[in-house]
Design a protein around this ligand. Structure first.
Ligand code: ZN
Length: 156
């Protein structure tokens, strides 16, 4: 094949096998998971307070033990897609050295945690068995909108 025809053929070929484009509307909400250990728990606590003071989010309970796919202690913060544009850049500047997983929530939970996951700081290896088990449990419950439990008073 000539280079021109070859180029066209491979572009078509690529289009035929490329995955469909996913729409932003698929994202119902986002989570961050803030990881910590015994020595960084106080930093995680400080970050939690700073987030609560600045962002309308739903801050989850402390998990001082590994649970589901999370290999070490963590807490979750759920937030709307609208909050992403300020919270995630703010975390880039203010994560206090902690590892943070950022993931979208769509109807493809496995992808949400794997191919669609974003990390601030060092990436941790999620527990595959725990991920599958927790997704099974989560699928039993209906998705619901984020119920904010903070009352921010500080401009981020
Ligand atoms: Zn999550």
């Amino acid at each position: 094949m000539t280079s021109i025809h070859g180029h066209h053929a491979s572009a078509l070929e690529a289009a035929a096998v490329a995955p469909a484009v996913r729409a932003l509307a698929e994202i119902e909400s986002f989570h961050i998971h803030v990881y910590y250990d015994q020595t960084t728990r106080s930093l995680a606590s400080l970050l939690r307070e700073r987030i609560a003071a600045r962002f309308a989010v739903d801050i989850g309970t402390w998990w001082d033990i590994p649970i589901g796919p999370h290999p070490i202690p963590q807490y979750q913060v759920a937030f709307s897609a609208a909050e992403f544009a300020t919270l995630v850049p703010w975390l880039a500047l203010n994560r206090l050295g902690l590892s943070i997983l950022v993931h979208p929530n769509t109807d493809r939970e496995l992808d949400d945690h794997e191919s669609c996951a974003m990390w601030l700081g060092p990436r941790l290896q999620l527990c595959a068995t725990g991920l599958h088990a927790s997704l099974k449990a989560a699928n039993a419950e209906a998705h619901s909108a984020v119920q904010n439990n903070t009352a921010p008073t500080v401009q981020p």
